[in-house]
Design a protein around this ligand. Structure first.
Ligand code: GDG
Length: 469
């Protein structure tokens, strides 16, 4: 086999010293072998961008940056990716902002990047494209005659057919997806939606091996739930918690990019209902919400920020006392080790998205717990993580009373039950960490027809669908 070439909107650090994400940890080994390459967007835009990829040598693998003009980057990233695809894929078609120049920029970036990649790629390389910002890449690469296998992993959810059809270019999007050799999803929910979209949009036919026949070729589909570096995060939490003061009151914690998909107003409504309904907990519990800014030039993100500030102010105004602030809201990013310690020292982890590909915070919260006195995870049924983490308290984020009851149950849960739930969740995570995720995807990309008995996902009454990761 040749090299692994990873392509994503955001590149890892070019020195290898400041990698933040688990994705780099996951792919490092595979990239270090055989001279791997990670191609990603440059962190800054240039009026006069390089027409070629800008190559940097890290000790472990090479990083090649693609540079974009500020206006093109705006229309491709904040425009089409995050004002059309992100809301549509998260079921918020009311937030879609359609502008012809956004769609044009999205294609232009993929087409330009494909030309740059085509110059370096060899037939025995493997290309792994990440996420919704770069869906058309396989289409343009193949149009340029690139022959190697190309896989795609969707980090966010894939909506149902009706919602998907709200994207003005949905048919083209479907064709672009059909140009991949393997498409990986976080959940069976997303995989099922893909099959329906292919059937409806391209008359796709499901094969007995779980692949789908579209446009005269076979596309492999698989479910590969992403994970975290479980033992690494646990170690970080233990180390940092050793030097962090315990909170005075049992703490509930939420950590999310400030995004309308994360169900933050719904979470606060649930907490408000809890405080209203169970006065015995007032002054005896606190909620820490960390919500760093993201995409704050998009209007929908400005709106969610004001809404959250309003709601936390309202709860503090209604319930707070001289000695007690019910909600502590921090609109800044925190260092990763501090987060890990905060998770470990919080009695309840609140993860309440309205729709989420996976939600790594749910996994980090569990990985960080002290197994002798663990906290309780409250998890939305709409997070991809809920398919695996059934030992959490699963809630409907649209129902504040349900959230309130779950908070009460978590705070009153016996140590035995907390340990039992934690053991179940942690054992699953330990077996299914980020290394297993990337290995499963790459194995399937290399051997698309290899559906091992352990990896078959069965749906009740529907027989064989596809191989799970
Ligand atoms: C997309 C999909 C899918 C958050 N605040 C701070 C901080 N974080 C870190 C968390 C976690 C990560 O950011 C967020 O990951 P999520 O999975 O929750 O969500 P998205 O960013 O929306 O990610 C999602 C994921 O891709 C992976 O496939 O799970 O569904 O939407 O790691 O800890 N990190 C630091 N400071 C913060 O203030 N250091």
């Amino acid at each position: 086999m040749g090299r692994l070439i990873v392509v994503s909107n955001r590149a890892p650090s070019i020195d290898g010293a400041s990698d933040s994400g688990g994705l780099v940890v996951a792919l490092k080994d595979a990239l270090s072998k055989d001279g791997g390459l990670w191609i990603g967007g440059a962190p800054e835009q240039h009026e006069d961008p390089s027409p070629e990829l800008v190559l940097h040598h890290r000790p472990d693998f090479d990083v090649a940056l693609f540079e974009l003009e500020p206006e093109l980057h705006h229309d491709y990233y904040l425009g089409y990716s995050n004002s059309v695809l992100w809301p549509a894929f998260h079921g918020r078609v009311d937030l879609i902002v359609v502008k012809p120049r956004y769609a044009a920029a999205y294609r232009q970036v993929a087409e330009r990047l494909a030309r740059q990649i085509a110059e370096t790629v060899r037939d025995d390389d493997l290309i792994w494209v990440h996420d919704y910002q770069l869906i058309p890449l396989a289409h343009y690469l193949k149009a340029l005659g690139v022959k190697c296998r190309i896989g795609f992993f969707l980090h966010i959810p894939l909506p149902d057919l009706q919602t998907f059809m709200a994207i003005p270019d949905w048919r083209e999007m479907t064709k672009w997806l059909a140009d991949y050799d393997l498409i990986g999803f976080q959940t069976r929910r997303d995989l099922a939606n893909m099959i329906t979209i292919f059937r409806h949009g391209l008359r796709g036919e499901l094969r007995a091996n779980g692949n789908i026949g579209v446009n005269g070729r076979e596309v492999a589909l698989g479910c590969f739930p992403i994970s975290i570096d479980v033992t690494g995060f646990r170690r970080l939490a233990i180390q940092r918690a050793a030097t962090t003061e315990l909170p005075l009151l049992p703490r509930l914690i939420g950590v999310d990019r400030l995004d309308y998909s994360k169900g933050l107003p719904q979470r606060l409504a649930g907490y408000e209902t809890f405080l209203g309904k169970y006065p015995q907990f007032r002054s005896n519990v606190s909620l820490l919400q960390i919500a760093p800014p993201t995409r704050d030039n998009v209007d929908a993100y400005k709106d969610i920020r004001s809404e959250l500030e309003h709601l936390s102010g309202k709860i503090n105004g209604n319930f707070g006392t001289i000695d007690w602030t019910p909600v502590q809201y921090i609109h800044r990013a925190m260092p990763r080790d501090e987060l890990a310690a905060l998770f470990r020292q919080s009695r309840v982890g609140l993860v309440t998205p309205l729709f989420d590909g996976m939600n790594l915070v749910a996994k980090e919260y569990v990985a960080a717990q002290d197994e002798t006195d663990p906290g309780v995870l409250i998890l939305s049924q709409f997070a991809g993580a809920a398919e695996e983490m059934t030992a959490a308290l699963i809630i409907n984020p649209h129902n504040p009373v349900g959230i309130a009851e779950a908070i009460k149950k978590a705070l009153e849960m016996s140590l035995d039950e907390r340990i039992e739930r934690q053991n179940t969740l942690y054992a699953h995570l330990e077996r299914n960490d980020i290394a297993r995720w990337s290995a499963a995807f790459l194995k399937r990309l290399m051997e698309p027809d290899d559906i091992g008995p352990d990896n078959v996902a069965r749906f009740p009454g529907q027989g064989l669908w596809s191989k799970a990761g």
